[in-house]
Design a protein. Structure first.
Length: 301
């Protein structure tokens, strides 16, 4: 597991007090790991084309700070836990209030698009989907004032936008992320996370359920081959889809405190694997190769 040994540096504690509704459980940040055959090209895309800042640089891996408690780690597949050829089993939503501005910029840039922006009145969310240099889907999304988002919108209203740099026009940025995953047994996935981790659903889209796991970090579980960006009636071939096989293509972590790590470990039974390294201890559960992790040593970039 050498590809993740140094990737545990995120947030070590909840600060300021009560800023994270899941501090009682100990989750302080979200971080997904994407794997690349050409890391330099990926880094240029995310830091220059999207203007996202590098928070920590480990050479073979770069931790990007997207917004608040939302992070993304770009990994050189030759040194990581997965190959760049494995199926891309997730989509990453970049939540923004400047959706039209991002569309004008991305549509004119040299970025491959999957779905264009198609604004419709009274839709609970709007967005468009771009494709990164090696095939990961990026949804630029805005959640609108709508009864479906009754619990979510106040959370997003409290989040601060992290402005982008690089080649991005001034004033554009992101305020949250949603990691979208896909299941053949949606109810089973919901029960697993609710019963084992105490997560509570914040948005119910029917075919997709969204859960808040840190102040600006969200996880979403969708019915396999059904999830579509603002177009639930489209055929599956036009929508996000991916294999639901455990441990394929994605590794993601949430950082937790010592006491909560021990609490998780003491209750870890079926479906959990314990692991450790020189700077981290981890618990991986088999639902989609997710991990709960805590740092054991501070580092800086």
């Amino acid at each position: 597991m050498r590809g993740i040994v140094s990737l545990a540096l995120l947030l070590a504690a909840c600060s300021p007090p009560n800023s994270n509704p899941y501090c009682d459980f100990g989750i302080t940040a979200n971080n997904a790991f994407f794997y690349y055959s050409d890391l330099d090209v990926a880094v240029d895309f995310y830091t220059q084309t999207l203007g996202i800042e590098i928070a920590a640089d480990y050479g073979f891996a770069k931790i990007l700070h997207i917004a608040g408690s939302s992070f993304l780690t770009l990994v050189d597949a030759d040194s990581g836990m997965h190959s760049a050829d494995e199926p891309k089993t997730v989509a990453l939503a970049l939540v923004t209030d400047q959706l039209e501005g991002w569309w004008d910029y991305i549509a004119a840039a040299d970025v491959q698009l999957l779905h264009p922006l198609n604004l419709t009145t009274d839709r609970p969310h709007d967005g468009f989907v771009a494709i990164d240099p090696e095939g990961y889907l990026l949804e630029f999304e805005r959640f609108n004032a709508h009864e479906e988002n009754e619990q979510l919108v106040p959370v997003l209203d409290r989040a601060q936008t992290t402005l982008s740099g690089g080649r991005v026009p001034q004033g554009l940025g992101f305020k949250a992320t949603v990691i979208w995953t896909y299941y053949s047994d949606l109810q089973g996935a919901m029960a697993f996370y609710e019963n084992n981790f105490g997560l509570e659903m914040i948005v119910d889209q029917g075919w997709t359920k969204i859960y808040q796991t840190s102040p600006t970090g969200f996880l979403a579980w969708s019915t396999r081959n059904v999830a579509c960006i603002g177009r639930p009636n489209r055929k599956a071939s036009r929508c996000h889809s991916g294999p639901t096989t455990s441990t394929v293509g994605l590794h993601t972590l949430v950082v937790t405190t010592d006491s909560n790590f021990d609490r998780i470990q003491s209750g870890a039974t079926t479906g959990f694997t314990l692991s450790s390294g020189t700077m981290w201890r981890g618990i991986t559960w088999s639902s989609t190769a997710f991990s709960s992790m805590r740092t054991t040593q501070n580092s800086s970039n």
